[in-house]
Design a protein around this ligand. Structure first.
Ligand code: PDD
Length: 273
């Protein structure tokens, strides 16, 4: 098994991560997870765009081009013979003696690895744990600093839930590693792409699919009590695609079937990939 180590493809056992890497000290790095279907990365350019945006928002000295990233990605997929799976790419701001104050001259360190396709819960759906969003105010940046997400995911798992659905002061934001959609009377609702959520690539694809299929999509924040009486709910992400929620637990208790709108979007998504 090979990995990407500072843009070089090396055997995993030969990879060297420096103890001075700022992503270790401060979580000072950004990343992307890209799905691979039949040897082809899905929405690769959109992922690179978001990676560049994340790096730019953090004032990183990131000068690698999308073409260079694509080449490294394709080489690694080929080397590991990934047909269906995913690739993780991380950009650390750099490595230097620990200091909160970063220099704008840091040289970013790009690492990556491939993964097998995650097990799907798209047929049976998942239970979701409704809890407080304790993250910072720049959730639009896809940073490796994920403690708020990590802690919510553990809380959810301890309650036998596959995902945590987060709300900030009563307004639902997103999942710990996914975006949330509700369906009521055939209309889709999801949080707008502000600083309070990560604007998921899958989210954007699903909004387009839904709109093209004639559904109304309302991008507005809604209170968590609305989860109580949703006709349908589902999460979207690179790894979970379109996964139905059949039960809310925690601060909201509700059950719902896997409805026709969710099924339709699952089918449209399958057609696309
Ligand atoms: N997570 N919101 C959060 C907080 C996420 O971490 C993710 C993705 C999403 C969905 O984004 P996308 O559709 O672009 O995957 C939304 C990835 C998969 C992860 O951290 O593993």
């Amino acid at each position: 098994n090979y990995v990407l180590d500072n843009m070089n493809i090396v055997p995993e056992s030969d990879a060297v991560i420096q103890t001075n890497d700022r992503s270790y000290h401060f979580g000072d790095g950004v990343y992307e997870v890209v799905r691979v279907y039949n040897q082809t990365p899905f929405q690769l350019d959109a992922h690179w765009d978001r990676l560049f945006q994340s790096a730019q928002k953090l004032d990183m000295n990131f000068t690698i081009t999308a073409d260079e990233l694509t080449k490294a990605t394709m080489d690694l997929l080929e080397k590991n013979q990934v047909k269906d799976g995913a690739i993780y790419i991380q950009v650390s701001r750099g490595a230097s003696p620990r200091n909160h104050l970063y220099s704008r001259e840091e040289t970013p360190i790009i690492t990556g690895f491939t993964m097998s396709a995650p097990p799907s819960k798209q047929q049976e759906g998942i239970a979701a744990w409704v809890t407080d969003d304790m993250r910072w105010l720049r959730c639009d940046i896809k940073t490796v600093n994920l403690l708020g997400n990590v802690m919510a995911k553990r809380e959810a798992a301890d309650a036998d839930c596959a995902e945590a659905i987060l709300h900030r002061d009563g307004l639902v934001t997103e999942g710990s590693s996914s975006n949330l959609f509700l369906v009521n009377d055939g209309i889709l609702y999801t949080h707008p792409a502000t600083n309070l959520i990560l604007n998921g690539i899958t989210r954007q694809v699903v909004i387009k699919l839904a709109t093209d299929a004639g559904f109304r999509v309302v991008e507005e924040a809604f209170p968590k009590d609305v989860l109580d009486h949703a006709d349908e709910a589902f999460i979207t992400s690179t790894t979970s695609e379109v996964t139905p929620i059949v039960e809310f637990k925690g601060q909201i208790t509700a059950q719902m079937p896997i409805g026709p709108v969710t099924k339709k979007l699952q089918a449209l998504f399958k057609e696309l990939i």
